[in-house]
Design a protein around this ligand. Structure first.
Ligand SMILES: Nc1ncnc2c1ncn2[C@@H]1O[C@H](COP(=O)(O)OP(=O)(O)O)[C@@H](O)[C@H]1O
Ligand SMILES: [Mg+2]
Length: 269
């Protein structure tokens, strides 16, 4: 049974795509079959740390949503790209990305015309079956919109990312409220871009008390991340960095308490 994990934040630029890419890579590296769908159709970005450029991409999620191709045609094996010269993923581990289009016309068309949300759902189901996934990660668009609601509804785990910033605090309360109403089985909070000089334990307690939800990890703001500028997967480039170690701890919590299967009972194998 596959586990569906949505990564959300109320505001943009919180680190959703980098956290998604790193959690998914780390889990795939431990021998699991992992897929990532970029549902941030308005501002896609997760293809960047996976070094997937326009010339390599024939079909995207947009083409699938418009009925121009099957979902399989928009799948890219990024474990093969990342593994060049190395064997990061062992025999079983696999990492697949379904990118969203970065073409202006295709982004504006989907904003103008929309799409049938049910086809996104069907696409997730087909991906889990065809790729025999253990985990499907959904990198979402910030704020509350139709895709967010859909991904929250079908998620086994919702990871909500926030920065230690008052604007994030308020918006995160809205997201958590929606997630509770939609009865997400497991919700984990992740703080990103925390100043290393902060007292992380006090911050954890404060956030857990405010939201009555567990904080799975606090990721420090760091210069190495700025330097990397999304050009690679951070935890592969800096495996011993505090940021990477916190990602490992968050991944363990995403994986823990394997529920009886996904909420839509998707059969992966
Ligand atoms: N802990 C961090 N320290 C420094 N820069 C970070 C950190 N996390 C993310 N970033 C940077 O913040 C920017 C936004 O990250 P991204 O993952 O694209 O966020 P989102 O998907 O939420 O918009 C990127 O330039 C990324 O390199
Ligand atoms: Mg993003």
């Amino acid at each position: 049974m596959a586990k569906i994990v949505s990564i959300h934040s109320f505001r943009g630029g919180t680190g959703k795509s980098n956290v998604t890419a790193n959690l998914a890579t780390w889990i795939a590296k431990s021998g699991y079959r992992v897929g990532i769908v970029d549902t941030d159709i308005q501002s896609p970005g997760i293809h960047v740390p996976f070094k997937l450029d326009e010339t390599q991409v024939k079909y995207t999620l947009n083409d699938y949503l418009w009925g121009r191709c099957s979902i399989d045609a928009a799948v890219y094996d990024v474990s093969a790209v990342l593994s060049t010269g190395r064997s990061w993923f062992g025999n079983r581990g696999k990492l697949y990305l379904i990118p969203s289009s970065i073409k202006t016309g295709e982004i504006s068309r989907i904003l103008r015309e929309g799409y049938d949300a049910r086809s996104l759902n069907d696409g997730f189901r087909a991906l889990i079956q065809k790729l025999q996934l253990d985990y499907l990660f959904i990198d979402t668009h910030p704020g509350i919109n139709e895709e967010t609601l859909l991904s929250v509804i079908i998620s086994d785990v919702l990871v909500v990312i926030l920065r230690p910033d008052k604007q994030d605090y308020q918006g995160t309360a809205v997201t958590i409220d929606v997630a509770r109403k939609l009865e997400v089985p497991k919700m984990l909070l992740v703080v990103n871009k925390a100043l290393p000089s902060l007292n992380f334990e006090a911050l954890r307690q404060q956030i857990q008390t405010s939201y009555q939800a567990p904080v799975a990890g606090i990721l420090p703001v760091c210069e190495e991340m700025f330097q990397l500028a999304s050009s690679d997967i951070f935890c592969l480039r800096h495996p011993d960095h505090a940021w990477s170690k916190e990602i490992h701890a968050i991944a363990a919590q995403v994986q823990a308490n394997q529920s009886s299967g996904s909420r839509l009972a998707y059969q992966s194998r």
